[in-house]
Design a protein around this ligand. Structure first.
Ligand code: PLP
Length: 397
């Protein structure tokens, strides 16, 4: 890929940082030993994994023995929910989550429903906030698990995690959070927040794809998700992805060091983009409006345009953005998150997510604004619904 692109889809994935790649490379070729082996190149790999585990644990203020590396954030979510549900089934079969979770959680909940569990999906308010009062009201005698995401991947809302965990704990219920979008973007103290399980992924923070971890609080007995060898202290079988884990450790170290600086930068560019769109393109609305929102995320409805067509025009101009989450792009259904936040089907299908990263510049944002204006005008000029809308506006005048 030689063409210069403007990449504004950092919530989908980000490039592996050069320093991360450099740290990973030896583990593919020279340093290839199996970490369970007794000879030196094996033991050295075990040491490298434990170093990454120390870094991951320190990042969220937990013990290294509470971190279990997985193949991705999705696996961590599946493990937490399925093994969590099974672990507490003697107490009941009711699980609470939210309607705006990533499909890694929602589809796992559907799987559990097919296997005899009952799931309540809490509705957010218009800003995407899941209120602790709503959780309190949904808790029942037979509730065994609560799972609410730390920050939403489509509208960026940061949930009141401490209050939600406290609410679950008041009833003796364990609390899981999908922190894939929040990890290393926001300071997270899992101990202080009372989180019992937390899912994380490496490829959102400059690490490689195909690595994640699940934090499981000491004392919470979850069965192994993959059966086989005794890796990850017997709780997650399978030869470890050593290059991936080493890269993940390095990505965490780098992301934490620049977290504050990146947040300030991203917020500034996001505001420039949002203000530019709302002021420069008629009939646009921002849906990422929560007071507590991920710094680099903006979700905008370009009324009377089709988001998929907008994406194609922007792609032709070398600009990468998305409609909905990466895992649902290409789907004909409007985003379940936007619908839950109160948007109509039509507005949800006209919405585009922009996620800014550390390498973006003001100049890039200005180019995107120009291209967006052109693209929206082009699509609307061909849109029967837009023409009808304008005619009705003129009639009222
Ligand atoms: N949870 C959230 C909130 C996400 O945004 C994503 C990825 O987009 C995932 C889970 C899945 O993570 P992974 O791609 O590592 O499986």
């Amino acid at each position: 890929m030689n063409r210069k692109i403007i990449y504004l889809d950092h919530a989908a994935t980000v490039p592996v940082l050069p320093e991360v790649l450099e740290k990973m490379l030896p583990y593919f070729t020279q340093q290839y030993g199996n970490p369970s082996a007794v000879y030196r190149i094996g033991v050295e790999n075990r040491t490298a994994i434990e170093k990454a585990r120390d870094t991951a644990a320190a990042a969220i203020n937990v013990q290294p023995s509470e971190i279990y590396f997985t193949s991705c954030g999705t696996e961590a979510d599946n493990w937490a929910l399925i093994a969590g549900a099974e672990a507490f089934v003697s107490k009941g079969r009711h699980i609470i989550t939210s309607a705006i979770e990533h499909h890694a959680v929602l589809r796992t909940c559907q799987y559990l429903e097919e296997h005899g569990f009952e799931v309540t999906y809490l509705q957010p308010d218009h800003d995407g906030v899941i209120h602790p009062e709503a959780l309190e009201a949904a808790i029942r005698e037979d509730t065994i698990l609560v799972s609410i995401m730390y920050a939403n991947n489509e509208i960026g809302t940061i949930e009141p995690i401490e209050a939600l965990a406290r609410t679950a704990h008041r009833h003796g219920i364990p609390f899981h959070t999908d922190a894939v979008q929040a990890f290393c973007k926001l300071p997270i103290d899992a101990k202080a927040a009372g989180i019992d399980m937390m899912s994380v992924s490496a490829h959102k923070i400059g690490g490689p794809k195909g690595v994640g971890f699940l934090y499981i609080r000491k004392g919470l007995r979850l069965r192994s998700f993959l059966h086989g060898g005794s890796q990850e202290r017997g709780r997650r079988a399978g030869t470890e992805n050593v290059p991936g884990i080493v890269g993940f450790g390095e990505a965490i170290r780098l992301a934490l060091a620049s977290m504050e600086e990146n947040a300030i930068r991203e917020r500034h560019l996001r505001d420039r983009l949002v203000n530019g769109i709302l002021e420069g393109i008629p009939y646009t609305r921002c849906s990422s409006t929560a007071e507590n929102c991920l710094p680099g995320l903006a979700n905008i409805c370009f009324c009377h345009t089709d988001a998929d067509s907008l994406l194609i025009l922007l792609d032709m101009a070398g600009i990468c953005v998305s409609a909905g989450s990466a895992c649902t792009s290409g789907s004909l259904d409007p985003s379940h998150v936007l619908l839950a936040a109160g948007l109509s089907h039509e507005d949800a299908k006209s919405s585009v997510r922009f996620t800014i990263g550390p390498e973006n510049t003001e100049e890039e944002i200005d180019t995107v604004l120009t291209r967006l204006k052109e693209a929206a005008a082009k699509l609307r000029s061909n849109s029967a619904s837009y023409k009808k809308f304008i005619a009705s506006q003129e009639e009222t005048l």
